[in-house]
Design a protein around this ligand. Structure first.
Ligand SMILES: NC(=O)c1ccc[n+]([C@@H]2O[C@H](COP(=O)([O-])OP(=O)(O)OC[C@H]3O[C@@H](n4cnc5c(N)ncnc54)[C@H](OP(=O)(O)O)[C@@H]3O)[C@@H](O)[C@H]2O)c1
Length: 246
């Protein structure tokens, strides 16, 4: 199984890489921080997996496109689009440059990477494309407008891609985690509801992938609350959001 994981130098990507190394996948690991990425690759190799390391910035679209073109000359079984950033939780108006970088990382880079790879998957008539979105995509809070919007764009992209690639036997999955321990959430200075350890979060993601869930929000109780919030009258929503975003 040839598996590409973006954002494999820490957090969910690192733990996913280690999991699939134990399953003897041929891994392609991508991130910017070379030292960290090579350490993850070494740990994966020690578990018996073969690893190709790609040090690259997802926002360098020309580079990402060229990498994907090279990768597309061989069979690709699974692409896990996990690299992502947040710009912290603040009520200030976000600086344009930060929102620009966030959208390039979390959203636009996905197409730069996928454009050359999709024809390979179509030709194979097999493959899996997995988007790591977020529960934050389902309800936009004042403190995470850019992040929520970028992940909602991911959901829309993935939904359309599913319908485009269905007839080619390609599985497109969107996974929407709540709060999980990682470098990203360690920066948060508020109580995170339904918080999961990295291992717990990754086990849910692995379960979603292995059972080919098209749309997999978790934890379920957190998802239920967000669904309920979205269904409430707007005035009630406003009062709840004001209360929880002080
Ligand atoms: N943790 C959560 O609670 C949570 C919840 C919902 C969704 N998610 C999503 O899960 C994914 C993984 O996040 P995480 O929680 O594991 O956080 P993390 O530990 O900060 O991992 C983020 C990964 O993305 C990589 N990355 C960031 N910008 C990049 C860029 N420009 N080019 C290439 N790689 C880049 C980072 O590597 P380098 O810095 O080495 O490049 C790192 O490997 C993200 O998409 C995040 O939005 C996380």
């Amino acid at each position: 199984m040839r598996t590409l994981i973006t954002g494999a130098s820490s957090g969910l990507g690192e733990t996913l890489a280690l999991h699939y190394a134990r399953q003897n996948h041929d891994l392609i690991l991508l991130a910017r921080r070379e030292e960290k990425l090579r350490a993850v690759a070494q740990a994966c190799e020690a578990l018996g997996s073969s690893v190709e390391v790609i040090v690259a910035d997802m926002t360098d679209f020309a580079h990402i496109h060229a990498i994907a073109k090279t990768l597309s000359t061989q069979k690709m079984d699974r692409i896990i689009l996990n690299a992502g950033v947040s710009i912290g939780h603040s009520h200030d108006v976000a600086p344009f440059e930060e929102v620009h970088r966030l959208f390039h990382t979390n959203f636009l880079s996905l197409h730069a990477l996928l454009e050359p790879l999709i024809p390979t998957l179509m030709g194979q008539k097999s493959g899996e494309i997995i988007f790591i979105s977020s529960l934050a995509s389902l309800f936009s809070m004042p403190s995470s407008i850019a992040y929520s919007s970028s992940k909602r764009a991911v959901n829309a992209y993935a939904q359309g891609l599913h319908h485009q690639l269905r007839e080619y036997n390609i599985d497109v999955m969107t996974i929407l985690p709540g709060f999980i321990d990682s470098e990203m959430t360690r920066k948060n200075r508020f109580k995170m509801p339904f918080f999961l350890t990295t291992e717990q979060g990754v086990m849910r993601i692995v379960h979603a992938i292995e059972t080919k869930k098209r749309f997999y929000p978790f934890p379920r109780r957190f998802y239920a609350l967000i669904t309920l919030l979205n269904a409430l009258p707007s005035g009630v929503q406003d009062r709840i959001v004001s209360r929880f975003s002080q």
